[in-house]
Design a protein around this ligand. Structure first.
Ligand SMILES: Nc1ncnc2c1ncn2[C@@H]1O[C@H](COP(=O)(O)OP(=O)(O)OP(=O)(O)O)[C@@H](O)[C@H]1O
Length: 648
């Protein structure tokens, strides 16, 4: 990982808006590498996607592609893609679940309707859509407007007035939060039309993104494919809290598939209809968002926009994360910790250009793209599920000594109410009991003053006359032994497909001096294949080099290091080219030296000589992050390549 960390940040209202530039790619300083910024983005992307999806490399492929049915937004991960994804997930699990002691759960994708009704997804998990009435196609309204503004700014910048530029930038910043009316009026005002057909589009209207299904043969129980994994964590809160010793804070995590019927899937793995999410729900006391490990990240420095310095034209200033929490630039300790260690840490291990602007965004050829959503969900979900299920999803703070508190006590006199209101008695009792302190005190005062009060009962849709004999309202001093509250939730939500696609882009380069050889510079810890093993030449007589290579490959496998044995006997250059193309970071070559072998590193193409009995351990350390190529140089100086004709 690069040691230089440049972090840029800013806050917006309750949310943190912070930009951090963690690591410039190593390649940018290397003259041997063609930096993608100098290439046309489109050409770069086409070249990359061809590489990734070709049958030769098969990182991922469009699903069901032999049936050209036109279903987009579904992809299969293929052999190296699967290996890379499982390495990214293992890294995530190590970084979060293990190192942060999180409670991992694995819940079903099929979710009964009631759960998603409670969470609000059935009513509100929508995107705004417009229809190209002539062609019958649909488009996401905010994306159309966003694309229009971006293109205008890119292509006509010099011709636009300063005010217009400001306006378009403002629209771009706010478009995600526009109401249907605001979106519709901007689309009309700017004359935004459908892409390709250039037809006018309808007014925006909401489209629910969930895939509906039914559970069981009767079809009577409705369900949905979950659009996020979080709800499974929330509905398990009561048990997880108990499992955690009834203590806060704690975090639960889940890795799994999420399903969204995207209106217009695009940009390959970026916007698909089924994708892997890795989500964390960190439960905290809303009155104390303290984080016990903030001290580990508080010295990290970020460029941020302090609260009082926000607004157009303001410059970011460098702030210590700890100070940013103290002065309120970062909302609370827990959020700061997640930004400092968790989000930055995990993504920067992958050596990618990223920053935080409300969400963690990674830079790629599509621009800055949200890959990790960071949300303060407050107590919303737990409250909603408590209400719907009738099971209290709450935490307790036990007091060291009982506290005396003044409590409102409302006792409806059911017999009197029954006599006066007959069948409506129950609804009136419920309404009286539901009064808050202010309302109860007003009713009490009116009863004392006038001997009766007109009391509105919403469930009856009318007011009834209440007399002093019908209800007793008082305040009493009571002893409390604990505080019962609904925890707040902070949620970082990692889109694994987006992170992987960015990793492909950030790792991809061409070596011009090797006849434009394509290389993936995957960090060893996530590389799909960690090491290749090959004999320098084929020894047709007794296969002795092959035998040593096979033995090393077997030992690497036993040590959990994925490897590929290549005894094809093609030229060493061709074999290196093939492994570079798959992003294999190390290659072990067996030659005529009976006690040592060489290890070649993919990016520097330097090689070192290592004793055979140490090579497996060394490659294991290099690929699981215990050691780096740079820090073994003093122990293992580089050696020149041995050519085939150097051999006897
Ligand atoms: N259709 C999708 N395809 C791939 N990844 C996705 C998709 N939708 C969301 N994600 C990933 O899941 C993460 C968390 O989801 P969240 O609900 O916060 O996204 P979102 O705000 O709906 O995303 P967007 O605004 O891009 O649609 C996102 O940061 C992203 O990485």
């Amino acid at each position: 990982m690069d040691s230089t960390e440049k972090l840029l940040g800013k806050t917006l209202a309750e949310k943190l808006t912070m930009e951090s530039q963690v690591s410039d790619l190593k390649s940018s300083s290397s003259s041997s590498v063609t930096d993608k910024s100098s290439l046309d983005e489109e050409v770069f992307r086409k070249n990359l996607v061809n590489m990734l999806t070709s049958a030769k490399n098969m990182f991922y492929v469009p699903s069901f592609k032999i049936y050209n049915s036109g279903v987009s937004g579904l992809y299969d991960y293929a052999p190296p893609g699967c290996a890379l994804k499982s390495n990214v997930l293992a890294l995530w699990r190590q970084h979060f679940v293990l190192e942060e002691n999180m409670l991992e759960v694995d819940c079903p994708c099929i979710t009964p309707e009631v759960v998603l009704q409670a969470s609000g997804h059935v009513d509100k998990f929508t995107d705004l859509m417009v229809k190209d009435e002539k062609a019958g196609t649909f488009h996401r309204a905010d994306h159309l407007l966003k694309d229009f503004c971006t293109e205008k700014l890119q292509k006509e910048l010099t011709a636009l007035s300063a005010e217009k530029v400001q306006e378009l930038k403002h629209v771009l910043a706010m478009v995600a939060d526009f109401s249907p009316e605001q979106l519709g009026s901007k689309i009309k005002e700017y004359g935004v039309v459908a892409p390709v057909t250039k037809n006018p589009v309808s007014d925006p209207y909401p489209f629910n993104l969930m895939f509906q299904t039914s559970i069981g043969p009767s079809g009577a129980v409705l369900g949905y494919m979950r659009p996020e994994t979080a709800q499974g964590i929330f509905v398990n809160f009561k048990d997880s809290y108990y499992y955690n010793g009834s203590k806060l804070p704690f975090a639960a995590a889940q890795i799994g598939q999420a399903f969204r019927n995207e209106i217009s899937p695009r940009q390959g793995l970026f916007r698909v209809r089924e994708f892997t999410l890795a989500e964390i729900e960190h439960f905290v006391d809303p009155e104390d968002k303290y984080h016990p490990r903030l001290s580990e990240v508080e010295d990290l420095e970020f460029l941020m926009f302090p609260r009082e310095e926000q607004g157009p034209g303001k410059d970011a200033v460098k702030l210590r994360l700890g100070d940013a929490v103290t002065n309120g630039t970062v909302n609370n300790q827990t959020l700061a910790y997640f930004i400092g260690r968790n989000v930055c840490g995990s993504v920067s291990i992958l050596e990618m250009r990223w920053h935080i602007m409300q969400h963690a965004e990674i830079q790629c050829s599509y621009g800055w793209t949200e890959c990790v959503g960071i949300a303060d969900r407050s107590a919303y979900d737990l409250r909603a599920h408590s209400e719907k299920s009738g099971i209290p999803l709450v935490a307790h703070e036990k007091f060291s000594a009982p506290r005396e508190v003044e409590k409102l006590v409302i006792i409806p006199v059911k017999e009197e109410l029954g006599l006066a209101f007959k069948g409506n008695q129950k609804k009136i009792v419920e309404a009286l009991e539901a009064m808050d302190e202010k309302e109860a005190m007003e009713v009490k005062a009116a009863l004392e003053l006038h001997g009766e009060v007109e009391f509105q009962v919403c469930t009856l849709g009318k007011a009834v006359t209440i007399k002093p004999s019908m209800v007793s309202i008082s305040k009493e001093i009571k002893k409390e032994y604990q505080r019962v509250f609904t925890p707040s939730v902070i949620e970082p939500s990692f889109g694994i497909g987006r992170i992987i696609y960015c990793l492909f882009e950030h790792s991809f380069y061409t070596r011009p001096e090797d006849e434009k050889l394509n290389v993936f510079r995957f960090p060893p810890v996530v590389a799909p294949i960690k090491c290749t093993v090959f004999p320098l030449v084929q020894d047709k007589k007794d296969n002795k080099y092959d035998a040593v290579a096979k033995e090393i490959s077997k030992s690497l496998t036993a040590a959990g290091v994925s490897n590929k044995l290549d005894t094809t006997g093609t030229t060493i250059g061709k074999r290196y080219a093939r492994t570079d193309e798959l992003g294999v970071p190390f290659a072990i070559t067996v030659d005529d030296d009976t006690t040592t072998v060489t290890i070649r590193e993919r990016d520097s193409r330097d090689q070192i000589r290592v004793e055979i009995n140490k090579v497996v351990r060394l490659v294991q350390d290099l690929t699981n992050g215990v050691r780096t190529w740079a820090n073994i140089q003093s122990e293992y100086p580089c050696v020149p390549f041995k050519k085939m004709n150097d051999l006897p």
